[in-house]
Design a protein around this ligand. Structure first.
Ligand code: NDP
Length: 331
């Protein structure tokens, strides 16, 4: 059994040397336990925050211990009748190939035609984040003019599609022309800004949103937030989901210089953590499954292979290497 441990706390963008691959034998099963073989691992930007020693909504990762994160896998040995051999399960026991469990930390995946790794993306935490942020936090209404940053990522691409389904005008920002084409051609997004090639981010977003912005789905922070604040319409809503532009900062970051826009535009700005809304998860899965089966929501995956590539996959998130959900597939 191989697993990835955190060797030292990254400074700036993480490097492979911050992680180590460790092997050890699988423990023998006790009565009531199951052995799970992970098939897919999720790597997520929020894990960067857990690599720092600081107080947050979730405790920091310990050094020289296996990392944790979303995973799906299959029960390969069982001494627990609730979890028979062959059943697919999800857990937070990622970054490792195998683990034993009493079942308390496992969720059975439903029997469905949809590929199991979708429970790490569109039907899992990322889809739930998009849905919660847009419908509950930003209180999306039909006809809203929506702007989404990191719009081709796992959360962003689902946000764009839900907003289109709800009859909104949707624009987003991305880091490459290929990602822009994906949003325009495949997802039906109305306008896209490549924030890496524009000379003037605010002017480009203004062109993409000629009638201003009613709802901003914030994934990035920094210059994006400052530009968008100037372009918000009166009584606009901002769902603050993430600020990936700051996750690797090594010095304190300047705040937007224009927070008075909150007053001038009478804005509602709300941060959220998806796990606080987990009571809504079953209703979300029902709704999202209907949309998927009706062909109304699609998604992409960027896949790295093998546990040894998990650090590369994670680091790739900060270099824009993924379109859609970044995943690690285990043999
Ligand atoms: P993504 O799939 O969007 O991957 C990250 C993407 O962010 C990259 O592909 C890259 O795309 C973009 N990016 C990276 N660095 C920067 C930067 N400095 N400036 C602008 N864009 C950047 O990840 P997720 O969909 O999993 O997460 C999206 C956001 O949502 C993150 O901020 C994350 O922390 C947050 N989140 C929050 C949750 C909550 O409960 N609040 C739950 C889940 C996610 P590009 O090529 O376009 O630059």
């Amino acid at each position: 059994n191989r697993e990835i441990q955190l060797l030292r706390r990254p400074v700036g963008i993480p490097s492979k040397e911050d992680f180590k691959l460790v092997s050890h034998p699988v423990a023998e099963l006790q009565e009531g336990e199951v052995l799970v073989k992970n098939t897919w691992l999720s790597v997520d930007p929020y894990m960067r925050g857990r690599m720092m020693e600081r107080a947050s909504y979730i405790e920091p990762f310990a050094l020289n211990e296996v990392l944790s994160g979303g995973a799906v896998g299959e029960v390969v040995e069982s001494r627990n009748t609730d979890f028979p051999v062959g059943r697919k399960v999800s857990s937070m026991n990622g970054w490792r190939e195998y683990f034993t469990s009493t079942g308390d930390d496992l969720q059975l995946l439903p029997h469905t035609e949809i590929a199991e790794q979708a429970f790490l993306s569109v039907l899992g935490m990322t889809g739930m984040t998009a849905f919660t942020g847009l419908t509950k936090i930003a209180e999306l209404k039909e006809g809203d003019r929506v702007f989404v940053s990191a719009a081709s990522g796992a959360v962003g691409a689902i946000v764009c599609q839900i907003a289109k389904l709800k009859g909104c005008y949707v624009a987003g920002s991305v880091g490459s022309d290929e990602k822009a084409r994906y949003l325009l051609d495949d997802l039906g997004v109305d306008a896209v800004v490549n924030y890496k090639t524009t000379d003037d981010l605010q002017e480009s977003i203004a062109k993409a949103c000629p009638e201003g912005i009613d709802v901003y789905f914030e994934n990035v922070g920094g210059a994006h937030l400052e530009a968008v604040l100037n372009l918000m319409n009166d009584h606009g809503r901002i769902a603050v989901c993430g600020m990936i532009d700051q996750y690797n900062a090594t010095t304190p970051q300047a705040g937007p210089a224009n927070l008075s826009q909150l007053i001038i535009k009478k804005l509602k700005v709300q941060g959220f953590i998806v796990f606080e809304h987990w009571d809504d998860y079953p209703a979300f899965v029902e709704q999202m499954t209907q949309w998927i089966e009706a062909g109304k929501i699609t998604w992409k995956e960027t896949v790295y292979n093998g546990i040894e590539q998990a650090p590369d996959a994670f680091i790739g998130l900060f270099k824009g290497e993924n379109t859609g959900k970044m995943l690690v597939k285990l043999a």
